[in-house]
Design a protein around this ligand. Structure first.
Ligand code: ZN
Length: 174
């Protein structure tokens, strides 16, 4: 079975900027490559799940998003990191789709190409909606990072709260 780490993108992998779509504005968060290299050696697979309502709202196009995504995947590849798939929800909240987190559509899509080992899989996010996605999809291991949007730690439903993706290697043991 596949031990999967589901990663939100903005605020987890790269510095959160509103409606980011340009390569020159994309800044990897410190430690992302070393963390994922370490976890890949330990047998984890990576899937990125990202809400991109900027597409539905007309701030940027799916094509512009795809260009950034190809570039990002290439940066991971150059570091020896294989991202199995990057799923995005392009819809705006009022479209009531099944893929916008906290709905689980993107995890359901991943379950078609991976044999997800749910008890040993993880979700890493910066927003409560990310953590809620994991709960809705029956992924019990969750980490909320402080590197993205601010959140009320006393109300967090995550199992762990850490500063950034740099710290997840110390939490994910097996
Ligand atoms: Zn959607």
């Amino acid at each position: 079975m596949d031990k999967v780490i589901f990663l939100d993108r903005d605020g987890v992998i790269n510095i959160e900027k509103d409606y980011l779509y340009k390569i020159e504005d994309f800044e990897f968060i410190d430690g992302v490559f070393s963390s994922l290299q370490d976890l890949q050696k330990r047998g984890f697979k990576f899937v990125i799940i990202t809400n991109q309502s900027g597409i539905g709202r007309g701030y940027y196009t799916l094509e512009q998003y795809n260009i950034l995504t190809s570039w990002m995947k290439e940066q991971f590849q150059q570091q020896g990191i294989d991202i199995v798939e990057v799923y995005c929800c392009p819809h705006s909240p009022d479209e009531s789709c099944e893929c916008r987190k906290p709905n689980i559509g993107m995890i359901e899509q991943a379950s078609k190409i991976l044999n997800i080992d749910y008890p040993n899989s993880w979700l890493i996010g910066d927003k409560s909606s990310d953590i809620q996605t994991a709960i809705n999809a029956n992924i019990q291991n969750t980490i909320q990072v402080r590197s993205g949007h601010q959140f009320d730690e006393s109300k967090s439903k995550a199992n762990y709260i850490v500063d950034s993706i740099k710290d997840i290697v110390n939490i994910i043991k097996e």
